[in-house]
Each structure stands twice: as C-alpha cells, then as structure tokens.
Design a protein. Structure first.
Length: 226
C-alpha cells in the first residue's frame, strides 16, 4: 500500500470542492504520519480513546473528525481538540457537546447523522425526528456548537440504484433544511457521505465530503476483542 499514491489518485478523482476525510481507524500513527507527509490534514476516527491517543502523537494542525457513534460519557475526552463530531443523532448529544466545548473554551462543529439506509443497525435520526428537532429550535441556544451539515451511510449492497437513491435523499434533506432552517447559517454547508466502496455514487448525488479508509490505508485488521 502506497499511501501517498492512493491519496493522490483519489484526490485527482474528486471534483473541486469535495473534501476528503482520511479514515485512519485501527491504523498506527506512523501510517497517519505518512498521509500527513503527503499533505493530508483531515483525519477521521471512530473510537474516542484511539483518536485521543493519536492526536497526542501527531502534528497539532490536524483536523480531527470523530465519525463513530457518540457516547455522551466520552465527549469530554475529545472536546479539547476535536474539530468536527460527525454522527450526532440526538439533541441530548448536542447539548453535551456544547457543554464540554464551553468547558474548554472551544467551538465544535457537529454534523447530524441521518438514517438513510435500509438496515436498522445503523445509527442516526430518522428524517422526521431530525426535522422535529430543527423545528423546535432549541439548538439555536447552543453557543459552543455549530451544526455544519448532515452525515449518512448508505445500505451495504451492490444495488447501485438503491445506494444512489439513498444518497440523493440525504442531499435533498440537506437542501430542504438549508432553505428552511439554515439560510442564515453559511456554516451549514456539508453533506458527508461516501466511503471506499460508494464514494463515486455519493459525489454524483451531491455529497461534498467523502470518508475514505481502506482505499487509502488498505484493509483493517481487528483484534480478537472486536
Ligand atoms: C470506517 C468508516 C468509513 C470508511 O470506510 P472504508 O470502507 O474503509 O472507506 C467511513 N465512514 C464511517 C462512519 C466509518 O466508520
């Protein structure tokens, strides 16, 4: 695996304006450093302790995105350094992120995770739940967070039409919310969708942030406890 070669190939393929999150979960800090040396600054991790440990070993100008399920009792661990928490799926989590960001005099961007896939194992707001939360408006009082966009994962299937329809749905929700709740919020600007197996479809459906792991770093090997 030549990390630089992989990054260069993927970046050359992404249209202007589409950001690339290098998903480095399970890989050692040396591999992230290699990507960093190739110019990558945006990394995604899905375990809070793992991300925290790596953040201590790596350069300070990395933009860390947490892309895992948010456990409220771990937010304080990443609050000192995380840039974006993707995958927020409850108002309670937003409140806790806001509280922890305030404690560290910081501002944290959050993406709302929408459940767009057929599988019911994936986390996220249903569109109705998300709309209800936005309609209620309490989020506007949270001064240490910014809602920066939406995040979603498509069904894990070879049916491209299905996957494309799910990504389009996410983009449509983004456009609807932008017009209805965020027209005065330029920071609400991101649709985070697409992984190694489906990022081309996601981009064609209007995603402007892809989260790519294995196509950059190779396969992941998990220990016996996973
Ligand atoms: C692991 C992961 C990815 C990247 O997956 P690959 O298939 O390795 O590209 C993207 N998003 C989330 C939320 C992940 O957990």
């Amino acid at each position: 695996m030549d990390i630089k070669e992989n990054l260069d190939r993927i970046k050359a393929e992404l249209p202007e304006g589409v950001r690339l999150v290098a998903v480095s979960k399970t890989h050692p800090a040396e591999m992230l450093q290699e990507a960093y040396d190739a110019g990558q600054r945006l990394f995604g991790e899905n375990k809070v302790q793992e991300m925290t440990a790596k953040s201590r070993l790596l350069p300070q100008d990395i933009e860390w995105h947490f892309i895992g399920h948010v456990q409220r009792n771990k937010i304080h661990l990443m609050a000192p350094f995380v840039s974006v928490i993707q995958g927020v799926d409850s108002f309670g989590s937003l409140v806790e992120i806001d509280r922890q960001a305030a404690r560290f005099s910081r501002h944290i961007t959050c993406y709302l995770q929408l459940h767009i896939a057929l599988e019911d194992t994936k986390f996220g707001f249903s569109p109705d739940e998300c709309t209800a939360m936005l309609e209620k408006g309490d989020w506007k009082n949270l001064e240490h967070i910014t809602i920066g966009g939406l995040m979603g994962m498509a069904t894990n299937t070879d049916d491209e039409a299905q996957v494309l329809a799910e990504f389009r749905r996410l983009r449509n929700l983004f456009d609807t919310y932008k017009a209805k709740y965020f027209s005065d919020y330029p920071e609400f600007n991101t649709v985070s969708a697409g992984m190694s197996g489906d990022y081309r479809l996601a981009v064609s459906a209007g995603s402007n942030m892809v989260r790519i792991g294995s196509s950059i770093f190779g396969e992941r090997f998990y220990g016996t406890n996973r």
